[in-house]
Design a protein around this ligand. Structure first.
Ligand code: ADP
Length: 371
């Protein structure tokens, strides 16, 4: 690796020379500039690791150099040097992005110490940035791998199973058919798990931010309840919806993922219910949030289990009642989606009596009406 490059910007030739000499004795490469304009040009051309800049210079001042440096590359470390060290100018320089402050006169040792601290800081910051980039690349690769190499062949197998089960490829005896039906069921479970995991990974990557638009949650919930009524009928459960609609209740949201949250909450409220049970869905607003509640008269969740239900893969044991196969990821996906909306999700429950899931989503902020 090359020795670090340090640029000294100072109008006093004696300062440039003495600093250069001090640094050239260490493992540094040194460049100098007699004024701010030349300094900025050299910053653009040479991309030094650190800049030592005098605050008080004719022409472009050290403060202006700092401002421009931050625009060119904020990772370049800046140390300011000045003869009129005041607290105000130090604070001002730090605000403009300087790493540290060196009041004149200073010893060679002080200069070397501050510089080596700045360069160590830079090394760590660059390393952290490199690791973040690598992590993102790795995650992207895993997501692509799971969706293509893993999911695609499983979908193909599932399609073959469907063809066999429908006797399209010729009649199949009952016994092997039953085996294939079970294999197909297990495969559906696995595909659901993979789809849920992909959703989770994609939300983790922050792909939702930027897709948020004003939407009417009352309208969305009414449509969703209509859509889920047949499933409720199958489970002999009644769905009840009441809630206002209209611009006063708009939230900033992504319709597709919010629908996923409430589909999950409502299907849980149906699946973990009792025959002749009820699911009540309501919407209200407080000054900052729209609050949506999904309340059921189902089996409930014990106080021991309640703190874990939003954890990935958490499922209460089968003995305690399970009518639909899930991945145990539904609620953790719901939580991630709600949090990506700057909202909150919570649950309360009483075993044998029922559960209530509550979601808060920020309302669209409207300018105050003129009086
Ligand atoms: P699953 O795919 O198992 O439904 P979820 O993440 O949606 O996964 O839920 C996690 C666990 O929380 C469920 O397995 C269930 O035990 C419990 N649970 C969720 N919703 C309810 C509910 N409305 N009533 C009772 N238990 C619930």
């Amino acid at each position: 690796m090359q020795d670090p490059l340090v640029l000294i910007i100072d109008d006093e030739e004696s300062m440039r020379d003495s600093c250069s000499q001090i640094l050239l004795k260490g493992r540094y490469r040194v460049e100098t500039a007699p004024d701010g304009t030349t300094g900025l040009q050299k910053i653009r051309d040479l991309r030094p690791d650190a800049v030592i800049v005098d605050l008080k210079m004719p022409g472009i001042s050290g403060f202006e150099v700092l401002e421009n440096l931050r625009l060119i590359d904020p990772r370049i470390m800046a140390i300011v040097v000045t003869g009129y060290a005041t607290v105000e100018s130090a604070v001002e320089a730090m605000k403009k992005g300087a790493f540290d402050f060196l009041p004149k006169p200073f010893t060679p040792e002080e200069l070397r110490m501050i510089l080596s601290r700045a360069l160590e800081y830079r090394r760590l910051a660059l390393e952290a940035e490199r690791l973040r980039r690598e992590k993102k690349l790795l995650e992207d690769n895993v997501i692509t791998m799971v969706s293509h190499q893993l999911r695609s062949p499983l979908v193909a197998i599932q399609q073959y199973f469907e063809v066999i089960l429908a006797d399209i490829a010729g009649r199949v005896e009952d016994k092997p058919k039953e085996m294939i039906r079970r294999a197909s069921e297990r495969l559906t479970g696995l595909l659901n798990l993979i789809n849920d995991w992909l959703d989770l990974a994609r939300i983790d990557q922050g792909r939702l931010v930027g897709k948020l638009k004003p939407l009417d949650p009352g309208k969305m919930m009414r449509k969703l309840v209509e859509f889920m009524t047949p499933l409720a009928k199958e489970f002999e459960v009644t769905l009840e919806w009441s809630g206002p609609e209209g611009p006063n209740f708009e939230v900033l949201g992504d319709e597709e993922t919010l629908e996923q949250v409430f589909t999950n909450l409502i299907s849980n409220a149906i699946a973990y219910n009792k025959p002749q049970g009820r699911v009540r869905i309501g919407l209200r607003a407080d000054p900052d949030f729209v609050v949506i509640e999904v309340q059921d008269t189902g089996i409930g969740i014990s106080q021991d289990h309640l703190p874990f239900i939003f954890d990935q893969f958490f499922q209460v044991s089968r003995r305690e009642g399970k009518k639909m196969k899930g991945s145990g990821l539904g609620l953790s996906i719901a939580k991630k989606i709600v949090e990506a909306h700057d909202g909150r999700i919570d649950a309360s429950s009483e075993l044998g009596i029922g559960s209530t899931f509550t979601v808060w989503i920020p309302k669209v902020r409207r300018e105050a009406e003129p009086v």
